[in-house]
Write a new protein. Sequence first.
Length: 326
Amino acid sequence: MINQFRNLNPINLLILFAYTFFMRMAIFADLPPSLQFEFLEPYTKFFIQIPLQNTFSPAGNVFFAGIIIYIQAILFNRVVNNHGLLSKPGFLPALLYVTASSLFMPFLVLSPTLICNFLMIWIMDKFLKMGKSPNAIMTMFDVGMIIAIGTLIYFPFIVMLAMLWFTLLLYRSFSWREWISGLVGFLTIFFFVGVYYYWNDNLSMFYKIWLPLVNKFPSVFKINYNDYLVLVPVAVMIVLATLQLRENFFRSFISTRKAFQMLFFMFLISIVSFYTKPDFRLSHFLLCVPPGAVLLAYYFSNAKKRWFYESLFLILVFAIQYFLFV
């Protein structure tokens, strides 16, 4: 499977499509009686009404979620290949994206985080182009607006604002215009949101949007470890990928080094942003899939012993299927 996807063979698109729904057969085998799709945050529904809550049947919900994952995997694969993050172009990023997007049952249905991953991939592409651009002001402004749109869909996406400045530290010398342009782009969207609230005499409601930002980071976590055993093979792959990356770090292009540092920060920020959501759900961690899948693809792109990496990937696939069925 890994060797097949190491190449840019068009047949891999068909195999990937079949694999996407193979990884969803557990939920198709035991569909919930109903699945609701909350597309926008409550404060966004105040001025944008998109009645999608009960539009899809459970089967339709899972089917369209699979289609979205497949499309995202292809877009993600193109971004990774265009920026030369792996040793050679192939379909490994798409394969690992689909795999990582199938780890848990909440990942398999329509959710705001699933929609936000289109924006995550777009932001990744913008950031990776930054090192080649003589001026980053417009790029940062665009990213700020993208983050604002993501925040209208799913509030924890606002924490991606921190990536504006982490990325500038990595790629650019200091320029105050670049440092504020992203924030200006973000505020531009929410300025119009605030005006709408003001016109409708609900400015106090607009103020409440920002209250989750002052939530205390939880010090105690209630975790059922059996639910997360599927992450054991993923953790092994991440460790092996990190070792591989460290071995090749100073032999890589500077742009590649900076890209992986940027993706590492994006991965961490995606994890910690859950604290801003009072009704936190496991689907939040779909935001970790784009940066995490790059690291997994990096390992399989550089692994040498075929029997080992093919076996490791099969163990991961069987572990995902086992824990989805039980």
